[in-house]
Design a protein around this ligand. Structure first.
Ligand SMILES: *[C@@H]1O[C@H](CO)[C@@H](O)[C@H](O)[C@H]1NC(C)=O
Ligand SMILES: *[C@@H]1O[C@H](CO)[C@@H](O)[C@H](O)[C@H]1NC(C)=O
Ligand SMILES: *[C@@H]1O[C@H](CO)[C@@H](O)[C@H](O)[C@H]1NC(C)=O
Ligand SMILES: *[C@@H]1O[C@H](CO)[C@@H](O)[C@H](O)[C@H]1NC(C)=O
Ligand SMILES: *[C@@H]1O[C@H](CO)[C@@H](O)[C@H](O)[C@H]1NC(C)=O
Ligand SMILES: *[C@@H]1O[C@H](CO)[C@@H](O)[C@H](O)[C@H]1NC(C)=O
Ligand SMILES: *[C@@H]1O[C@H](CO)[C@@H](O)[C@H](O)[C@H]1NC(C)=O
Ligand SMILES: *[C@@H]1O[C@H](CO)[C@@H](O)[C@H](O)[C@H]1NC(C)=O
Ligand SMILES: *[C@@H]1O[C@H](CO)[C@@H](O)[C@H](O)[C@H]1NC(C)=O
Ligand SMILES: *[C@@H]1O[C@H](CO)[C@@H](O)[C@H](O)[C@H]1NC(C)=O
Ligand SMILES: *[C@@H]1O[C@H](CO)[C@@H](O)[C@H](O)[C@H]1NC(C)=O
Ligand SMILES: [Cu+2]
Length: 592
């Protein structure tokens, strides 16, 4: 008895001493910022436009934190629209109130009001991002969210410099026009250009060579290695990224370390992030970095490219030579890289499927081997029926004179707008009438999912509207087969899970076949992500542990798809203790 007490006391002091030591080594800080959401007039491609920005910046400010830090962001909405901010990829452990999707975890911050997002960044490091999660405002309201390692060490030699590369797009049509287009059952205007850190590049008539003010430029020193912290903030498209005469080494995706992967082309889905190294090992000169679209299905797409320039600083030439020709102004004749064709699915698939996670890297987690919930979810485009008498209705101008209405397991999700509370409030208060918990774990009917003959099968194509979630026990392990369907047209859908990372066990084309495809599961070093591009006309299998109570949105990150119902949500129950339960809502949580 006496011994046990002493032992306990001893353990207590040991724990206390360790805590003291740890805090003196690297004390977790509080990073506090102010986000003023406001109108700002910006000119690109000869068009002056009022856009919504954070602190007047496009793209918005980069947030830099260290793993373990507490983040406090005071958001003041000075714009004329409802807004929320989502911290894309941040786990929000027990802090679901700060996740951000409108009507899911909070009611929006209406014009003139404010809300403070407060959360701790734990068990993850790398490049993530933040963006508006209300209407289409994320088009201009987004920025990088960088979690630096607390130890200061990467699992690779420290690069000379780290540069955020935010890939976005510029719409000559305004945000309001985009909303109207979406409300009318279509998709937003095609974007007028992609942008690299807000700049379209020099291929447009309004931003030609010479007037380089609209071109992103990066000065490098020969021999040095740079880390690009890349974010695909584009609304609709996957991108190929290439750099003339240079290879990239991918070292992380979605803020999880990967085995170093050498490639001459990066492929990045909407919503995804990626860290890539490149070494300035080429002759002094300048080289284009190009973002071009990857579009696997459908007809209309933004057939444009955007480019920035990597310029070698000739003052730092390392390789002298007697016949060295002094380079003329290097930016005058940059070299152009190759561009994969827009529909180059083999290149995209090779990249997306070859990446593996770096076993044992900081915050790496092994694949959970016991599965509690098996789900099979069809994902794709569907229709909402319009009465022939109302084809003049603006919303009936989608395919076949109906309304585009994508679905998951034939349920097309409707945000519970107008029901008075967000889903997370309903969860916390145990309140009915906001959503139901009957999201199906398998498709209601079986059919030949990827057979092109079903494209306009009117017996199958109409998906009902609902607000359904799947309820999960705390800490249960969930496996999902995402199966694309061929309705309307096949596409690569970028499925994003809030609140968790997941392991990607396998991906393939056609219909998932449990017998042969389960044999292909990588249970050793699969990539770990928060957003997966499900191969066009194919499937992907993911697994995650539901260790975070709350309501977690799952959706396609293609903007007009999520806007029209390409969503579902998980309701994860509280754990057995107070410390494994969702905290009460903050006092300033916006009301509907
Ligand atoms: C912001 O811009 C929109 C669109 O141009 C305009 O309707 C609105 O009046 C502006 N609001 C403020 C506060 O400047
Ligand atoms: C934030 O909004 C609250 C009302 O929700 C208001 O009382 C407060 O003054 C606002 N804070 C600032 C600094 O504007
Ligand atoms: C890029 O990598 C490939 C394959 O590893 C290699 O063949 C090629 O020479 C590399 N190119 C450059 C410019 O380093
Ligand atoms: C895309 O644009 C390029 C150059 O403007 C053109 O050559 C190509 O045919 C276009 N592709 C499609 C599919 O529209
Ligand atoms: C890489 O991709 C190619 C083409 O898709 C595939 O044949 C190969 O098996 C992949 N390798 C790995 C290690 O995933
Ligand atoms: C147009 O259709 C939508 C959905 O199908 C419906 O909610 C709306 O009431 C219709 N509007 C008119 C004017 O018929
Ligand atoms: C759609 O409606 C228009 C008339 O508004 C008609 O001309 C057209 O044939 C219809 N298309 C389909 C596929 O039903
Ligand atoms: C939640 O509400 C349901 C029915 O409204 C009730 O059966 C259940 O006991 C409630 N749970 C809690 C934890 O209050
Ligand atoms: C979806 O549900 C609707 C309405 O119940 C039904 O007509 C349709 O056949 C279903 N489609 C699929 C693919 O399950
Ligand atoms: C969740 O389950 C794992 C085993 O699958 C276990 O190691 C972990 O401690 C559990 N977490 C909590 C908070 O219960
Ligand atoms: C803004 O949010 C409020 C709820 O806070 C909602 O009633 C209103 O309809 C929203 N406005 C728009 C334009 O969505
Ligand atoms: Cu999609």
């Amino acid at each position: 008895m006496f011994f046990r007490l002493n032992m306990k006391l001893f353990m207590f002091f040991l724990a206390w001493a360790f805590a003291l030591l740890a805090s003196s080594l690297a004390s977790a800080a509080t990073v506090e910022q102010i986000f003023k959401v406001q109108n700002r007039t910006i000119k690109r491609l000869c068009n002056e436009r009022v856009i919504v920005t954070v602190n007047g910046l496009f793209p918005g400010p980069t947030i830099n934190v260290h793993e373990g830090d507490t983040v406090i962001v005071h958001v003041f909405n000075e714009a004329p629209y409802n807004i929320t901010i989502h911290w894309h990829g941040v786990f929000q452990l027990f802090s679901g109130w700060a996740d951000g999707p409108e009507y899911v975890t909070q009611c929006p911050i209406s014009s003139g009001n404010n809300y403070t997002y407060k959360f701790k960044v734990q068990n993850q490091e790398g490049t993530l991002w933040w963006h508006a999660h209300a209407s289409v405002l994320r088009a201009t309201v987004h920025g990088a969210f960088i979690i630096h390692p607390r130890s200061g060490q990467f699992p690779f030699p420290k690069p000379y410099k780290q540069i955020p590369i935010i890939l976005g797009d510029w719409y000559n049509a305004g945000v309001e026009d985009m909303e109207k287009a979406l409300a009318a059952g279509g998709r937003p205007e095609l974007s007028s250009s992609f942008t690299i850190n807000g700049l379209p590049g020099d291929i447009f008539s309004c931003s030609q060579k010479g007037q380089n003010s609209e071109t992103f430029k990066m000065k490098v020193k020969q021999g040095k290695t740079y880390m690009l912290r890349m974010v695909n903030a584009v609304l609709e498209l996957h991108l190929f990224v290439t750099l003339a005469n240079h290879n990239f080494t991918v070292v992380a995706v979605d803020a999880t370390y990967t085995d170093p992967y050498v490639t001459d082309v990066i492929v990045i889905a909407p919503g995804q992030t990626l860290d890539a190294l490149f070494t300035a090992n080429q002759p002094i000169g300048s080289y284009y970095m190009v973002a071009s679209p990857y579009k696997s299905g459908g007809k209309m797409f933004d057939n444009i490219t955007s480019r920035g320039i990597v310029v070698y600083d000739h003052q730092y030439a390392q390789y002298s030579s007697s016949h060295l020709v002094m380079p003329s102004l290097p930016s005058l004749n940059p070299m152009m890289p190759f561009l994969p064709p827009f529909n180059d699915t083999p290149t995209a698939h090779k990249f997306y499927s070859n990446i593996t996670s770096l076993v044992g890297a900081p915050h790496w987690v092994p694949v959970p081997l016991e599965v509690d919930e098996h789900m099979f979810i069809t994902v794709g485009l569907n229709l909402q029926r319009c009465d022939p008498a109302t084809v003049t209705n603006d919303t009936c101008k989608g395919p076949m004179n109906h309304t585009l209405s994508p679905s998951m397991n034939n349920e097309s999700f409707v945000l519970p707008k107008g029901r008075g509370y967000s889903m997370l409030e309903a969860f916390f208060e145990n309140m009915s009438g906001v959503y139901t918990t009957d999201f199906p774990s398998k498709p209601p009917v079986m059919f030949d999912f990827t057979n092109p003959d079903i494209r306009f099968d009117l017996n199958l194509i109409f998906a009902p509207k609902s607000t359904k979630v799947k309820k999960l026990k705390f800490n249960s392990t969930v496996e999902i087969v995402f199966q694309n369907t061929a309705f309307i047209h096949t596409d690569n859908h970028a499925m994003h899970l809030h609140g968790f990372n997941f392991h990607v066990l396998a991906q393939g084309f056609g219909n998932f076949d449990p017998t042969s495809d389960e044999a292909k599961f990588n249970l050793v070093n699969p990539q770990i992500r928060n957003t997966i591009g499900v191969p066009v006309g194919g499937w992907a299998v993911i697994r995650f542990q539901a260790n975070n109570p709350g309501v977690w949105f799952v959706h396609c990150h293609v903007e007009h798809h999520t806007h029209r119902g390409f969503n579902m949500a998980f309701e994860v129950e509280n754990g057995p203790t107070l410390s494994t339960s969702l905290t009460p809502p903050p006092a300033d949580l916006p009301k509907c």
